[in-house]
Design a protein around this ligand. Sequence first.
Ligand SMILES: *[C@@H]1O[C@H](CO)[C@@H](O)[C@H](O)[C@H]1NC(C)=O
Length: 138
Amino acid sequence: MAKLMLVVLGALVAMAAAKQFEKCELVRELRKQGFPESEMRDWVCLVEKESGFRTDAIGKLNGDGSWDHGLFQVNDRYWCTRDGPAGLECNLSCAALRTDDITAAATCVKKIFARHGFGGWTAWKAHCQGAKPDISKC
Ligand SMILES: *[C@@H]1O[C@H](CO)[C@@H](O)[C@H](O)[C@H]1NC(C)=O
């Protein structure tokens, strides 16, 4: 019984580990990670539309059989490994893109951005080219 309780408790702790950012909390974190102020509202919009601000988000199965991971919904066809050791373009396991510490994810998305700009993200193209979130109070 005690053992079962520990398992249940462990599961609850694991669930609680997933983080959902508040808007301004995300802005502060992105500033800390060195994202430029000129891109800030686009990143906040992108994160909101891609993952709902959740670090542990996994998207729907894509048409090509790939999945998207974490706050920035990074695709596992090119950027991270779904199974096995860290690899692909970001040299990361996709699980490393779903942690509450977003340092690795930030480095990875800067690489994606350098190559594709915001146009690399479907949700940004669909929702973030016009009105963007107000972060003037952050
Ligand atoms: C990839 O990351 C691992 C550590 O996870 C490191 O040992 C390896 O050198 C890295 N490979 C490249 C090509 O950067």
